[in-house]
Design a protein around this ligand. Structure first.
Ligand SMILES: *Cc1c(COP(=O)(O)O)cnc(C)c1O
Length: 394
């Protein structure tokens, strides 16, 4: 009887550099491994578990819906799907909704909608401008959309129709816009690519440029949505509105769901243009409905903003004590800590020993993206463990 990690290595594709821990259960902001070691979870199911692990509101919704109806097809009307769509529309600037199962699917749908718009309204324009250091998912098209060569090289040739420009460079965006452009797609804050914040005025200038050219602005809010940045949607932090928005990660608090939403003027799909087997599934929609209701009713975005400020301030204090830390940045509970050299992998291993899960985002940078319900005490506890791990690195 080999252990779980050896068994996994024997049988799973070797396409993921797995961290040597077998997580067995979770509760709130903590998880336990199969040997019952406890960890503060600063990764939060990869910025997904907005209410923490196994929140009672989710359990109740899952149980209730599982006894009622789990799957039909979105070719039929179902109550959870429509209620969730209504809730998202009521609380955003968008008008129409399509549910799917993951982030990349939400972005695929968003780009398909923009291309449909281009065909119908922009003389067949099909190109989408995205940013370097963006991350939009792992399908072939979203790999092409993602402005990071390291994800692309193994899969050339990639689908055409994506052009990349530096984030925060409005002139480059203007230069890249041609008669072939149908949309610009950006993350309000780049997540995977480094927790890169938009420069003051950048997103407003992008919005203005899209209006001027009559092209669509797609915001990929898969990581930034659901209160992560301290507002329900990231765009609300920057005083702009997208034409199309994609969601996933936090939307269901841990169950697999994605969605893209659009304003009426660009909701140009016709019957048969798009589809999915599982998208809009009653079980996932009922769970997401409970999560989104909880997030709104309890003003979780405000909690995220407050906790994020506390986390950032605490990390800045740590930076004063520790010369290895060269930069601390973030918004809400999406935070990066940069070091003066490539210690992220080593630090992650030391953190497993001291009992905290972190994300080694770059060789010299870690990312912290915990549950949005994390308390100051829990932040203190996690940071104390992080500090202890740092002391072991010379
Ligand atoms: C995670 C992520 C995706 C991809 O989502 P998947 O569910 O992994 O397909 C796309 N865009 C952003 C901004 C993300 O953070």
């Amino acid at each position: 009887m080999k252990d779980w990690q050896a068994r996994g290595n024997d049988i799973l594709f070797n396409c993921i550099k797995r961290i040597p821990v077998t997580i067995a259960r979770g509760q709130g902001v903590r998880v336990w491994d199969d040997k019952d070691n406890e960890y503060i979870d600063f990764v939060g199911g990869w910025a997904v578990c907005v209410l923490g692990h196994c929140h009672p509101v989710m359990l109740k919704a899952i149980n209730k819906q599982a006894k009622t109806l789990i799957q039909t097809s979105h070719i039929y009307y179902t109550k959870p799907y429509i209620e969730l769509a209504e809730l998202l529309v009521k609380n955003s600037c968008l008008d129409r909704v399509f549910m799917c199962n993951s982030g990349l699917e939400a972005n695929e749908g968003a780009v398909k909608l923009a291309r449909r718009y281009g065909k119908l309204k922009l003389n067949g324009a099909y190109e989408v401008i995205t940013a370097y250091n963006s991350f939009h998912g792992r399908s072939l098209a979203m790999t092409a959309a993602t402005g990071q060569p390291k994800y692309q090289e193994a899969y050339q040739p990639l689908p055409v129709g994506f052009v990349h420009v530096p984030f925060n460079d409005i002139e480059a965006l203007k230069d890249a816009t041609t008669a072939k452009t149908c949309a610009v797609m950006l993350e309000p804050v780049q997540g995977e690519g480094g927790v890169n914040l938009p420069a003051p005025g950048y997103l407003k200038a992008v919005r203005q440029w899209c209006d001027e050219k009559g092209i669509l602005l797609i915001l990929d809010e898969i990581q930034t949505g659901m209160g992560r940045l301290g507002t329900l949607w990231g765009y609300q932090s920057y005083g702009i509105e997208p034409d199309i928005m994609s969601l996933s990660k936090g939307l269901g608090g841990g169950i697999p769901i994605g969605a893209f939403l659009a304003k009426e003027h660009c909701a140009v799909f016709q019957p048969g243009d798009h589809g999915t087997t599982f998208g809009g599934n009653p079980l996932t929609c009922a769970t997401a409905l409970a999560v989104v209701n909880y997030v709104i009713d309890n003003d979780i975005p405000a909690a995220s903003k407050k906790a994020g400020r506390y986390l950032l301030k605490s990390l800045q204090k740590l930076q004063k004590k520790n010369p290895m830390i060269t930069n601390v940045r973030g918004q809400g509970l999406l935070v990066a800590v940069e070091f003066n050299r490539d210690i992220a992998a080593e630090l992650l291993t030391a953190c497993l020993q001291s009992g905290v899960l972190i994300n080694a985002m770059k060789p010299n940078t870690i990312r912290i993206m915990p549950a949005l319900v994390i308390t100051n005490d829990e932040i203190d506890e996690g940071l104390a463990r992080l500090e202890k791990a740092l002391q072991n690195i010379t």
